[in-house]
Ligand binder design. Structure first.
Ligand SMILES: NC(=O)c1ccc[n+]([C@@H]2O[C@H](COP(=O)([O-])OP(=O)(O)OC[C@H]3O[C@@H](n4cnc5c(N)ncnc54)[C@H](OP(=O)(O)O)[C@@H]3O)[C@@H](O)[C@H]2O)c1
Length: 275
C-alpha cells in the first residue's frame, strides 16, 4: 500500500477528462487535473513536469495528446507509466483508439507496467461534432470529409467518462479491455443528417477524395502534421475496420450506451449548433 490518495486525470480539461474530473469531484474523490494549464502544469513534451503531478497519486486516467498513433507516443507512455508506478500509482486507466494498430503498443506498455490496468478502446466520439474540429463545419452548414459510405459507431464522451470513473474508483474492472461504441452504426452523412434534423438547419455533407481534403486543409493553413494525422484518421482508421458494434459500455456499466440521437437532441437544445 502506497498510502497515496489522489486521482490524476491527464487531459483533465479535454472532452473526456473534464467529464471525469466533474464526476470524481461530485463523488468526493481528491482529483488533480493534468494539463499544461494545471497546477502544477503537466506537459507531455516536457518530462521535467511529470514528477510533480504524480505526487501522492494512487490512480491515473491516461489520455495522450494528440493521439497514441503519433511518433513518440509509446515512448512517452512507457516513461510516464514507469515513473508513475515508481511513485506509488496502483491503478492505470488508458484511453485508447479503436482500430488504431499503433495505439496497441501503448496498451501493451500499460498492461505490463506493474499496476492494475483497464484499457478503454473508444470509437469516434460524438463530441467531435460539438467540442472539436467538426464544430466549425457544422456551424458553417457544410461538412466536407474524405469518407463515403463507411459506417462508424460513434460513442458518447459521457459514456467514456462513466466507464473511466468506474474503472478508477470501483473493483471489478482490472485487466479489462473495454471496446466502447455507441448502439448504432452511422455514416458521416447519416450523422450530419441527424444533426441537421435536430437543429432544424440545413447542413450538407460533402464527400471528397483524400487528396482534395489534404490540399484544402493545407491551403487553409493547417500544419502538415495535423493534415497527415486527419487524413490518416479518415482513410486508415475509417476503412471499415470499426464498422461493427462492441459491448464495452454494457459490460462495464450494466447499461446500454447512449444513442447519437440523444446526443444531438441535447446539443441542439443547448443552442451550441445555432450560435
Ligand atoms: N476524438 C475521438 O474521436 C477519439 C477517439 C478515440 C480515442 N481518442 C483519443 O482521445 C485522446 C484525447 O482525449 P480527449 O479527446 O478527451 O482530449 P481533448 O479534448 O483532445 O483535450 C486535450 C487535453 O489534453 C491537454 N493537452 C494538450 N496538449 C497537451 C500536452 N502537450 N501535454 C499535456 N496535456 C496536453 C489539454 O489541456 P491543455 O491545453 O491545458 O494542455 C486537454 O486537457 C487522444 O489520445 C485520442 O487519440 C479520441
Amino acid at each position: 500500500m502506497s498510502g497515496n490518495t489522489m486521482t490524476l486525470v491527464l487531459g483533465g480539461t479535454g472532452k473526456t477528462g473534464r467529464r471525469i474530473v466533474d464526476r470524481l469531484t461530485a463523488h468526493g474523490v481528491p482529483v488533480r487535473v493534468g494539463s499544461r494549464a494545471g497546477t502544477p502544469p503537466f506537459d507531455w513534451a516536457d518530462r521535467a513536469t511529470w514528477a510533480a503531478v504524480l505526487s501522492d497519486v494512487d490512480a491515473v486516467y491516461v489520455s495522450y495528446f494528440p493521439d497514441l498513433a503519433v511518433a513518440g507516443a509509446t515512448d512517452d507512455i512507457r516513461a510516464f507509466t514507469e515513473l508513475a508506478v515508481s511513485t506509488g500509482v496502483r491503478r492505470l486507466v488508458l484511453l485508447s483508439g479503436r482500430g488504431e494498430e499503433e495505439a496497441q503498443a501503448s496498451e501493451k506498455v500499460v498492461q505490463d507496467a506493474g499496476a492494475e490496468w483497464t484499457i478503454i478502446r473508444a470509437s469516434w466520439f460524438s463530441q467531435n461534432f460539438s467540442e472539436s474540429y467538426l464544430l466549425e463545419p457544422v456551424l458553417a452548414g457544410e461538412v466536407v470529409l474524405p469518407t463515403t459510405g463507411v459506417a462508424e459507431p460513434f460513442v458518447d464522451a459521457d459514456d467514456i467518462a462513466d466507464v473511466a470513473v468506474a474503472a478508477l474508483t470501483e473493483t471489478g474492472h482490472a485487466s479489462q479491455v473495454y471496446e466502447l461504441t455507441g448502439p448504432r452504426l452511422l455514416t458521416f452523412a447519416d450523422a450530419v443528417g441527424e444533426i441537421a434534423a435536430a437543429t432544424g438547419r440545413p447542413i450538407r455533407f460533402v464527400p471528397v477524395s483524400a487528396t482534395d481534403y489534404a490540399a484544402a486543409l493545407t491551403s487553409a493553413g493547417v500544419p502538415g502534421d495535423v493534415v497527415s494525422f486527419l487524413t490518416y484518421l479518415f482513410t486508415t482508421v475509417l476503412d471499415g475496420r470499426n464498422a461493427q458494434l462492441a459491448d464495452g459500455v454494457q459490460r462495464a456499466l450494466g447499461r446500454p450506451p447512449r444513442d447519437f440521437a440523444d446526443y444531438c437532441r441535447d446539443v441542439a437544445a443547448s443552442g451550441l449548433w445555432t450560435g
